[in-house]
Unconditional design. Structure first.
Length: 160
């Protein structure tokens, strides 16, 4: 939750809807991603739990997984937070020419609960796309510097 005196992003800021990088793109996570998102993370739980930013606990992803219905509720909450500008979650999808793209990961931008002026960023990719973890990290760092209103020294994003 952001500090009531300071919104997470300024009201005048136009939140980016996408990032296109080599081999993948980001798009706002929503209920339409449910089946693809659920398959992506539930098949890579151990891998995700070892990624910097997820390796310190926090309980996600749950080792026992979760139902598609529970995942859908999670995605609806993320989409609501995005619409209300409280936090921003993006699906990392393969950059393809047609049809629904396969979800290969996720990116989260959240205000830090204990330090409202800080920005917590975390991302994961499926085990079979592990080679994209560092390129995703580099693309997101550059995107945050270029297109977001966060000073680099306010961003906490575990290095790759």
């Amino acid at each position: 939750m952001t500090d009531d005196r300071q919104p997470f992003v300024p009201d005048s800021f136009e939140v980016p809807r996408a990032l296109h990088a080599d081999g993948f793109r980001l798009e706002p996570l929503d209920a339409g991603h449910n089946a693809r998102d659920h398959a992506a993370w539930s098949g890579s739980i151990a891998h995700i739990r070892a990624i910097p930013g997820f390796d310190g606990g926090g309980g996600w992803p749950p080792p026992e997984g979760m139902s598609a219905e529970a995942n859908l509720a999670d995605l609806v909450r993320h989409a609501r937070d995005f619409a209300e500008r409280r936090a921003f979650t993006y699906s990392v999808v393969e950059d393809t020419d047609g049809g629904p793209a396969e979800v290969i990961g996720c990116l989260y931008l959240h205000p830090d609960r204990e330090r409202p002026r800080r920005v917590r960023v975390s991302s994961w990719v499926r085990a079979d796309r592990a080679h994209l973890d560092a390129p995703l990290y580099r693309a997101v760092r550059a995107w945050l510097r270029a297109d977001w209103p966060f000073d680099d020294d306010r961003v906490d994003y575990a290095a790759r």
